[in-house]
Design a protein around this ligand. Sequence first.
Ligand SMILES: [Zn+2]
Ligand SMILES: [Zn+2]
Length: 352
Amino acid sequence: MPETMQALVVTEPNRMEIRELPLPVPGPNEVLARVRAVSICGTDAHLIRGDYPGFWPPAFPFTPGHEWAGEIAALGPGAERFGWKVGDRVAGTSHDACGVCRECVEGRYNLCENYGREGLHRQYGHNVAGADAEFVVHGVKCVFPLPDGLTFEDGALIDPASIALHVANRGNVTPGDTVAITGAGAIGLLGGDAARIRGASRVILIERNPGRLAKAAEMGFETVDSGSGDPVATVREMTGGFGVDVVLECAGVPVTVQWALAMLRRGGRCAAVGIPTQGVEIAMQRLVLDELELVGSRASAGEMRRVMPLVEQGRMRVRDVMTHRFALADYPQALATFNDPGSGAIKIIVAP
Ligand SMILES: [Zn+2]
Ligand SMILES: [Zn+2]
Protein backbone atom coordinates (compact mmCIF):
# COMPACT_ATOMS: atom_id res chain seq x y z
CA MET A 1 0.00 0.00 0.00
CA PRO A 2 1.43 3.42 -0.90
CA GLU A 3 1.74 6.09 1.79
CA THR A 4 0.49 8.90 -0.39
CA MET A 5 -1.97 9.39 -3.23
CA GLN A 6 -2.71 11.84 -6.01
CA ALA A 7 -5.81 13.90 -5.33
CA LEU A 8 -7.57 16.88 -6.84
CA VAL A 9 -7.47 19.78 -4.38
CA VAL A 10 -9.65 22.83 -4.94
CA THR A 11 -7.65 25.47 -3.05
CA GLU A 12 -10.19 28.28 -3.45
CA PRO A 13 -13.15 28.84 -5.82
CA ASN A 14 -12.06 28.12 -9.42
CA ARG A 15 -8.48 27.26 -8.42
CA MET A 16 -7.39 23.67 -8.32
CA GLU A 17 -4.32 21.47 -8.50
CA ILE A 18 -3.31 17.83 -8.24
CA ARG A 19 -1.49 17.24 -4.95
CA GLU A 20 0.22 14.35 -3.26
CA LEU A 21 -1.78 13.73 -0.05
CA PRO A 22 -1.36 11.17 2.75
CA LEU A 23 -3.40 8.02 2.21
CA PRO A 24 -6.61 8.30 4.30
CA VAL A 25 -7.12 5.65 7.00
CA PRO A 26 -10.52 3.90 7.26
CA GLY A 27 -12.17 4.19 10.68
CA PRO A 28 -14.71 1.85 12.28
CA ASN A 29 -17.21 0.46 9.73
CA GLU A 30 -15.40 2.22 6.89
CA VAL A 31 -13.50 0.98 3.85
CA LEU A 32 -10.60 2.43 1.89
CA ALA A 33 -11.20 2.07 -1.86
CA ARG A 34 -8.93 2.49 -4.88
CA VAL A 35 -11.01 4.78 -7.12
CA ARG A 36 -11.05 3.55 -10.75
CA ALA A 37 -13.59 5.94 -12.28
CA VAL A 38 -15.29 9.11 -11.03
CA SER A 39 -17.82 11.17 -12.91
CA ILE A 40 -18.22 14.96 -12.96
CA CYS A 41 -21.62 16.09 -11.64
CA GLY A 42 -23.29 19.47 -12.03
CA THR A 43 -22.95 19.81 -8.26
CA ASP A 44 -19.14 19.46 -8.58
CA ALA A 45 -19.09 22.34 -11.08
CA HIS A 46 -21.14 24.55 -8.72
CA LEU A 47 -19.13 23.59 -5.69
CA ILE A 48 -15.80 24.30 -7.43
CA ARG A 49 -17.14 27.71 -8.55
CA GLY A 50 -17.91 28.50 -4.91
CA ASP A 51 -21.68 28.68 -5.42
CA TYR A 52 -22.50 27.19 -2.00
CA PRO A 53 -20.18 29.19 0.31
CA GLY A 54 -19.57 27.63 3.73
CA PHE A 55 -21.94 24.74 2.98
CA TRP A 56 -20.54 22.61 0.11
CA PRO A 57 -17.67 22.53 0.94
CA PRO A 58 -17.62 23.90 4.51
CA ALA A 59 -14.10 25.26 3.73
CA PHE A 60 -11.36 25.20 1.10
CA PRO A 61 -8.99 23.42 0.36
CA PHE A 62 -11.31 20.57 -0.58
CA THR A 63 -11.42 17.37 -2.66
CA PRO A 64 -14.79 16.88 -4.42
CA GLY A 65 -16.15 13.81 -6.25
CA HIS A 66 -19.12 11.65 -5.28
CA GLU A 67 -20.06 9.53 -8.33
CA TRP A 68 -17.45 6.78 -8.42
CA ALA A 69 -16.55 3.12 -8.53
CA GLY A 70 -13.46 1.19 -7.54
CA GLU A 71 -12.07 -1.68 -5.50
CA ILE A 72 -11.76 -2.08 -1.75
CA ALA A 73 -8.10 -1.72 -0.76
CA ALA A 74 -8.37 -1.93 3.05
CA LEU A 75 -11.02 -2.45 5.71
CA GLY A 76 -11.53 -0.37 8.83
CA PRO A 77 -12.43 -2.17 12.10
CA GLY A 78 -15.80 -3.92 11.81
CA ALA A 79 -16.24 -3.57 8.03
CA GLU A 80 -15.60 -7.32 7.60
CA ARG A 81 -18.71 -8.07 9.68
CA PHE A 82 -20.78 -6.62 6.84
CA GLY A 83 -19.20 -9.07 4.40
CA TRP A 84 -16.65 -6.76 2.79
CA LYS A 85 -13.29 -8.07 1.56
CA VAL A 86 -10.23 -6.46 0.05
CA GLY A 87 -10.60 -6.58 -3.76
CA ASP A 88 -14.41 -6.28 -3.79
CA ARG A 89 -15.63 -4.05 -6.62
CA VAL A 90 -17.97 -1.30 -5.44
CA ALA A 91 -20.02 1.67 -6.59
CA GLY A 92 -20.19 4.59 -4.15
CA THR A 93 -22.81 7.11 -3.20
CA SER A 94 -22.57 10.25 -1.11
CA HIS A 95 -25.07 10.27 1.79
CA ASP A 96 -23.62 8.59 4.90
CA ALA A 97 -26.50 9.30 7.26
CA CYS A 98 -26.74 8.75 11.03
CA GLY A 99 -29.02 5.70 10.74
CA VAL A 100 -30.72 6.58 14.02
CA CYS A 101 -32.89 9.69 13.57
CA ARG A 102 -36.56 9.41 12.68
CA GLU A 103 -36.04 9.94 8.92
CA CYS A 104 -33.22 7.38 8.78
CA VAL A 105 -35.19 4.78 10.73
CA GLU A 106 -38.13 5.30 8.38
CA GLY A 107 -35.86 4.74 5.35
CA ARG A 108 -35.47 8.33 4.21
CA TYR A 109 -31.78 8.66 5.04
CA ASN A 110 -31.41 11.29 2.30
CA LEU A 111 -33.33 13.58 4.70
CA CYS A 112 -31.28 12.71 7.82
CA GLU A 113 -32.14 15.01 10.74
CA ASN A 114 -28.46 15.09 11.65
CA TYR A 115 -27.29 16.33 8.25
CA GLY A 116 -23.70 17.57 8.45
CA ARG A 117 -23.36 17.07 12.22
CA GLU A 118 -19.81 16.07 13.08
CA GLY A 119 -19.54 12.36 13.78
CA LEU A 120 -23.19 11.67 12.88
CA HIS A 121 -23.61 12.46 9.20
CA ARG A 122 -21.37 13.09 6.23
CA GLN A 123 -21.91 13.58 2.54
CA TYR A 124 -18.79 12.57 0.64
CA GLY A 125 -17.54 15.10 -1.86
CA HIS A 126 -19.90 17.72 -0.38
CA ASN A 127 -19.05 18.28 3.28
CA VAL A 128 -16.19 15.75 3.62
CA ALA A 129 -13.47 14.75 1.15
CA GLY A 130 -14.65 12.94 -1.98
CA ALA A 131 -13.44 10.57 -4.65
CA ASP A 132 -11.50 12.81 -7.07
CA ALA A 133 -8.39 10.98 -5.87
CA GLU A 134 -6.62 7.64 -6.21
CA PHE A 135 -8.14 6.50 -2.91
CA VAL A 136 -11.18 7.42 -0.85
CA VAL A 137 -12.63 6.37 2.52
CA HIS A 138 -16.37 5.61 2.69
CA GLY A 139 -18.66 4.24 5.39
CA VAL A 140 -20.06 0.78 4.62
CA LYS A 141 -23.55 2.29 4.14
CA CYS A 142 -22.30 4.15 1.06
CA VAL A 143 -20.68 1.36 -0.97
CA PHE A 144 -22.60 -1.26 -2.94
CA PRO A 145 -21.30 -4.41 -4.66
CA LEU A 146 -20.74 -3.75 -8.37
CA PRO A 147 -21.95 -6.72 -10.48
CA ASP A 148 -19.36 -8.42 -12.76
CA GLY A 149 -21.33 -7.32 -15.83
CA LEU A 150 -20.72 -3.64 -15.08
CA THR A 151 -17.47 -1.76 -15.71
CA PHE A 152 -16.00 0.77 -13.28
CA GLU A 153 -17.21 3.51 -15.66
CA ASP A 154 -20.75 2.10 -15.42
CA GLY A 155 -20.22 1.96 -11.67
CA ALA A 156 -19.37 5.67 -11.53
CA LEU A 157 -22.83 6.40 -12.95
CA ILE A 158 -24.80 4.24 -10.51
CA ASP A 159 -25.20 7.20 -8.13
CA PRO A 160 -26.73 9.52 -10.78
CA ALA A 161 -28.80 6.59 -12.13
CA SER A 162 -30.16 6.03 -8.61
CA ILE A 163 -31.05 9.72 -8.41
CA ALA A 164 -32.88 9.46 -11.76
CA LEU A 165 -34.81 6.44 -10.49
CA HIS A 166 -35.61 8.29 -7.27
CA VAL A 167 -37.11 11.29 -9.08
CA ALA A 168 -39.29 8.98 -11.22
CA ASN A 169 -40.36 7.20 -8.03
CA ARG A 170 -41.12 10.57 -6.39
CA GLY A 171 -43.11 11.52 -9.51
CA ASN A 172 -45.12 8.33 -8.97
CA VAL A 173 -44.99 7.58 -12.72
CA THR A 174 -47.75 5.05 -13.45
CA PRO A 175 -48.07 2.64 -16.44
CA GLY A 176 -49.40 4.49 -19.48
CA ASP A 177 -48.40 7.95 -18.23
CA THR A 178 -47.16 10.69 -20.51
CA VAL A 179 -44.11 12.16 -18.80
CA ALA A 180 -42.35 15.41 -19.64
CA ILE A 181 -38.82 16.10 -18.45
CA THR A 182 -37.30 19.58 -18.26
CA GLY A 183 -33.55 19.45 -18.93
CA ALA A 184 -31.78 16.76 -20.98
CA GLY A 185 -28.63 16.49 -18.88
CA ALA A 186 -27.64 13.16 -17.36
CA ILE A 187 -30.45 13.14 -14.77
CA GLY A 188 -33.05 14.18 -17.36
CA LEU A 189 -31.97 11.50 -19.87
CA LEU A 190 -31.64 8.76 -17.25
CA GLY A 191 -34.90 10.04 -15.73
CA GLY A 192 -36.46 9.31 -19.14
CA ASP A 193 -35.26 5.72 -18.83
CA ALA A 194 -36.55 5.58 -15.25
CA ALA A 195 -39.97 6.85 -16.38
CA ARG A 196 -40.10 4.09 -19.02
CA ILE A 197 -39.02 1.48 -16.48
CA ARG A 198 -42.02 2.57 -14.39
CA GLY A 199 -44.27 2.16 -17.44
CA ALA A 200 -44.54 5.59 -19.09
CA SER A 201 -45.99 5.33 -22.59
CA ARG A 202 -44.51 8.64 -23.77
CA VAL A 203 -41.47 10.57 -22.59
CA ILE A 204 -40.94 14.14 -23.83
CA LEU A 205 -37.60 15.86 -23.18
CA ILE A 206 -37.61 19.68 -23.06
CA GLU A 207 -34.22 21.27 -23.70
CA ARG A 208 -32.66 24.14 -25.61
CA ASN A 209 -29.05 22.94 -26.05
CA PRO A 210 -28.87 21.46 -29.59
CA GLY A 211 -26.35 18.75 -28.63
CA ARG A 212 -28.53 17.57 -25.75
CA LEU A 213 -31.68 17.68 -27.87
CA ALA A 214 -29.92 15.48 -30.44
CA LYS A 215 -28.84 13.05 -27.70
CA ALA A 216 -32.41 12.85 -26.35
CA ALA A 217 -33.73 12.12 -29.85
CA GLU A 218 -30.98 9.54 -30.43
CA MET A 219 -32.08 7.79 -27.22
CA GLY A 220 -35.60 7.55 -28.63
CA PHE A 221 -37.35 10.26 -26.62
CA GLU A 222 -39.72 12.85 -28.07
CA THR A 223 -38.13 16.30 -27.88
CA VAL A 224 -39.24 19.91 -27.56
CA ASP A 225 -36.77 22.70 -28.32
CA SER A 226 -37.45 25.28 -25.61
CA GLY A 227 -35.17 27.72 -27.43
CA SER A 228 -37.74 28.18 -30.18
CA GLY A 229 -41.37 28.85 -29.29
CA ASP A 230 -43.36 28.26 -26.13
CA PRO A 231 -42.64 24.77 -24.76
CA VAL A 232 -45.84 24.74 -22.68
CA ALA A 233 -48.02 25.38 -25.77
CA THR A 234 -46.03 22.77 -27.73
CA VAL A 235 -46.45 20.10 -25.05
CA ARG A 236 -50.17 20.88 -24.74
CA GLU A 237 -50.48 20.54 -28.50
CA MET A 238 -48.61 17.22 -28.45
CA THR A 239 -51.07 15.91 -25.84
CA GLY A 240 -54.27 17.06 -27.53
CA GLY A 241 -54.56 19.99 -25.13
CA PHE A 242 -54.66 17.67 -22.14
CA GLY A 243 -51.22 18.21 -20.61
CA VAL A 244 -48.89 15.57 -19.20
CA ASP A 245 -49.49 13.27 -16.25
CA VAL A 246 -46.09 13.82 -14.67
CA VAL A 247 -43.20 16.26 -15.07
CA LEU A 248 -39.73 15.47 -13.80
CA GLU A 249 -38.12 18.89 -13.29
CA CYS A 250 -34.42 18.31 -13.89
CA ALA A 251 -33.23 21.77 -14.96
CA GLY A 252 -33.51 23.75 -11.72
CA VAL A 253 -34.23 27.12 -13.32
CA PRO A 254 -37.21 29.26 -12.17
CA VAL A 255 -38.78 29.32 -15.64
CA THR A 256 -38.53 25.54 -16.10
CA VAL A 257 -40.33 25.03 -12.78
CA GLN A 258 -43.10 27.34 -14.03
CA TRP A 259 -43.26 25.49 -17.36
CA ALA A 260 -43.38 22.18 -15.49
CA LEU A 261 -46.49 23.19 -13.53
CA ALA A 262 -48.11 24.86 -16.55
CA MET A 263 -47.85 21.73 -18.75
CA LEU A 264 -49.37 19.33 -16.19
CA ARG A 265 -52.84 17.92 -16.68
CA ARG A 266 -55.39 18.63 -13.98
CA GLY A 267 -54.41 16.47 -11.02
CA GLY A 268 -50.89 16.03 -12.42
CA ARG A 269 -47.70 15.71 -10.42
CA CYS A 270 -44.31 17.40 -10.71
CA ALA A 271 -41.24 15.96 -8.98
CA ALA A 272 -38.38 18.47 -8.84
CA VAL A 273 -34.75 17.38 -8.56
CA GLY A 274 -33.13 20.50 -10.06
CA ILE A 275 -32.19 23.01 -7.35
CA PRO A 276 -32.85 26.64 -8.38
CA THR A 277 -30.41 29.13 -6.88
CA GLN A 278 -33.20 31.75 -6.61
CA GLY A 279 -36.80 31.81 -5.44
CA VAL A 280 -39.53 30.77 -7.89
CA GLU A 281 -42.98 32.31 -8.27
CA ILE A 282 -45.59 29.54 -8.30
CA ALA A 283 -49.08 29.84 -9.84
CA MET A 284 -50.83 28.86 -6.60
CA GLN A 285 -54.37 29.35 -7.90
CA ARG A 286 -53.90 26.72 -10.54
CA LEU A 287 -52.06 24.44 -8.12
CA VAL A 288 -55.01 24.59 -5.70
CA LEU A 289 -57.88 24.55 -8.19
CA ASP A 290 -56.42 21.84 -10.42
CA GLU A 291 -55.09 19.80 -7.49
CA LEU A 292 -51.57 19.80 -8.87
CA GLU A 293 -48.90 18.11 -6.82
CA LEU A 294 -45.37 19.46 -6.50
CA VAL A 295 -42.83 17.35 -4.62
CA GLY A 296 -39.09 17.60 -4.07
CA SER A 297 -36.65 14.81 -4.81
CA ARG A 298 -33.29 14.72 -3.07
CA ALA A 299 -30.47 12.34 -4.06
CA SER A 300 -31.70 8.77 -3.67
CA ALA A 301 -32.87 6.62 -0.79
CA GLY A 302 -32.58 2.90 -1.39
CA GLU A 303 -32.26 3.03 -5.18
CA MET A 304 -28.52 2.16 -5.45
CA ARG A 305 -29.08 -1.62 -5.29
CA ARG A 306 -32.32 -1.47 -7.26
CA VAL A 307 -30.88 0.44 -10.20
CA MET A 308 -27.86 -1.83 -10.84
CA PRO A 309 -29.80 -4.72 -12.46
CA LEU A 310 -31.62 -2.14 -14.61
CA VAL A 311 -28.25 -0.82 -15.79
CA GLU A 312 -27.06 -4.40 -16.45
CA GLN A 313 -30.20 -5.09 -18.50
CA GLY A 314 -29.61 -1.98 -20.63
CA ARG A 315 -32.86 -0.39 -19.48
CA MET A 316 -31.06 2.41 -17.64
CA ARG A 317 -28.61 3.42 -20.36
CA VAL A 318 -25.67 4.94 -18.50
CA ARG A 319 -23.27 4.24 -21.39
CA ASP A 320 -25.36 6.45 -23.69
CA VAL A 321 -24.71 9.49 -21.51
CA MET A 322 -20.91 9.02 -21.18
CA THR A 323 -19.38 11.48 -23.62
CA HIS A 324 -15.78 12.20 -22.54
CA ARG A 325 -12.91 10.60 -20.63
CA PHE A 326 -9.92 12.29 -18.93
CA ALA A 327 -7.06 11.37 -16.59
CA LEU A 328 -7.17 12.87 -13.07
CA ALA A 329 -4.12 15.03 -13.95
CA ASP A 330 -6.27 16.70 -16.63
CA TYR A 331 -9.18 17.51 -14.30
CA PRO A 332 -9.16 21.28 -15.06
CA GLN A 333 -9.54 20.49 -18.77
CA ALA A 334 -12.26 17.93 -17.99
CA LEU A 335 -14.16 20.52 -15.96
CA ALA A 336 -13.79 23.18 -18.69
CA THR A 337 -15.23 20.67 -21.19
CA PHE A 338 -18.10 19.89 -18.80
CA ASN A 339 -18.88 23.62 -18.43
CA ASP A 340 -18.72 24.33 -22.17
CA PRO A 341 -22.28 24.14 -23.59
CA GLY A 342 -20.86 23.58 -27.09
CA SER A 343 -18.74 20.56 -26.12
CA GLY A 344 -21.58 18.04 -26.21
CA ALA A 345 -20.52 16.89 -22.72
CA ILE A 346 -23.10 15.06 -20.66
CA LYS A 347 -21.18 12.71 -18.38
CA ILE A 348 -17.41 13.00 -18.18
CA ILE A 349 -15.50 10.11 -16.65
CA VAL A 350 -12.22 10.84 -14.89
CA ALA A 351 -9.76 8.00 -14.22
CA PRO A 352 -7.58 8.59 -11.12
ZN1 LIG B 1 -23.92 14.01 -8.46
ZN1 LIG C 1 -30.36 10.29 10.36
